[in-house]
Write a protein that binds this ligand. Sequence first.
Ligand code: HPA
Length: 248
Amino acid sequence: MLGIIGGSGLDQLSGLEITERRACATPYGEPSSDLVFGILRGQTLVFLPRHGADHSIAPHRINYRANLWALHAQGVRNVVAVSTVGGITKRMVAGALVVPDQVIDYTHGRESTYFDGIKQPLQHIDFTLPFCADMRGRLLAAGRVAGYELLDGATYGATQGPRLETAAEISRMERDGADLVGMTGMPEAVLARELGLSYAMLAVVVNSAAGKGDNAKAVSLDDIQAVSEAAMKKVRLILKAMELDHGG
Ligand code: HPA
């Protein structure tokens, strides 16, 4: 079953024929909201808004462990995470839709593993390629079917938030090799991997990162809102075009 984790601008999945909302307690506490089960093109999928149904949970306070655990416990094996991001490098302009292939983690103080030696034994996992190649391919194919160009490959840098970054922080991230900046990709991606979920991200560039493009002096939050609304319409069509039945 496919799980969709919605980010800023996608707290609801309109067009989804909702069949059930299910509260789901986990050994790690409560997920961000009830899981929303629905039917899209004849297939059941599960939707979870990571910031909560009313968009009230800050990135560093999201219970990522409960979110991924709840999806897994309900039979989800494939996950598409929709994330709004700032664009750092040239091609990452506002409105671009990107399927990243790498991650750099700048977050701190988040519960970022199940294998912490407390509830589960310490274990080290491979994370060379943080996103599932099959799910990335399915997202890129869905983009083609929906008629939108998705950029294939980018490095996502995860920052702590909820504030945006300074221009110097973005310059450092660029030197590090980050193309995109967002606040929630980690530890979400690694927890998905620890549970054996096939996880890929559809990143929506909603602004040039601090100090970049038109944002030399400040990032306009009003512009972010407008870009996000327009882009999420495309995201919904891409999700609808996704091949749901192949690959489990
Ligand atoms: N920085 C971090 N996260 C973001 C940004 C940004 O500029 N835009 C959207 N999410």
